[in-house]
Design a protein around this ligand. Sequence first.
Ligand code: CUA
Length: 374
Amino acid sequence: MPWEGPLRKSPKKTAELQERIRLPARESPRVARLARTVRRGVFWQLLLFTLIAGVISVGMALYPAWLPATASEQADRIGHVFWFTTIICAGIFAVVAAVLVYSLLKFRAPRGDNFETDGKPIHGHTGLEIAWTAVPFALVTAIAIFSAIVLGKNDKVGDNPLRIDVTAQQFAWSFKYPQHQNLAATVLRLPVDRTVRFHFAALDVLHSFWVPEFSQKQDTVPGIDTYLTVTPNKTGKFPIVCTELCGLGHAVMRSTVIVMGQRAWQQWVSRAGQATSGGGASAGKAVFTEQGCASCHTFKPAGATGTVGPDLDKLPEFAQAAGQPLEQFVRESIVDPDAHVEKGFPPNVMPKTYKTLPDEQLDALVGFLTEGAS
Ligand code: CUA
């Protein structure tokens, strides 16, 4: 007797159950034919389950827009890898789900079985084992090769990249265009269809540069130069997000990238370059606007009404209270904002990025604030 089971409990029931789970015998042609028909039926049922599970999983991958529309060549390539991998996963999920559902339906313990019977032990199936090793190996290798090709392509900068130096700091981003008189900005403007090479520097802790529509993230690390290549291929306005928990202000460490037509971008560069250079009040006002001072401060000459930081129309009073000449006080407050913190305002809120402003722009800004306030 090959299998005894709980004979002592109920010999009759056990014999019945044994009969039910026995595989079809192969002796007679009639039984063999029956077995073939059963196997074919199993195949079609499994195929049906596979198709249903496949449609559901592909539908779930497609239907809610999981990812934002891409806006760079690199993001498009990453999208191809993403969908290649997702389709493979959906296929494997469908096969596994089909076999699982089929097994749940067909091999349920009979009613009244009370866990007394068990299936026939199966040991070893060389063909199956080779298949489930070789197929995943081939799929994972394909994904690895595809990803390597995309990574290689995404890192190519071409012959004329636009270099942008990015400074990350608690809790602000700032950008410099070294090929364009070191133009500085807190809102990033890029020309469409030109490859941009970002060079990142972090002044304090780890940050991470992310534009969801560009699909790539790059950490910024104090003391280490990091890089990222992006070729924007859609004009528009996209968010820049810090994705590395960097302190209390992490959630507000955001900026905007504006991808412009090439001609519009050229015009902006020359206008901003002229506006912020050459000194004088108009240059100072341009720096004030470009650096985003208005988002936090009130300053009538610039039409600014921010209330996050102190009212800059009161700079002369603040300087007097600090016992400093106005110009010296203004300059110090820009490059070292925590030297004097006005009453009612918390320290460590104003970014320290402004100390990296080119001298010419800093002079213009100090001049604008000093003259405008007095
Ligand atoms: Cu910087 Cu988070």
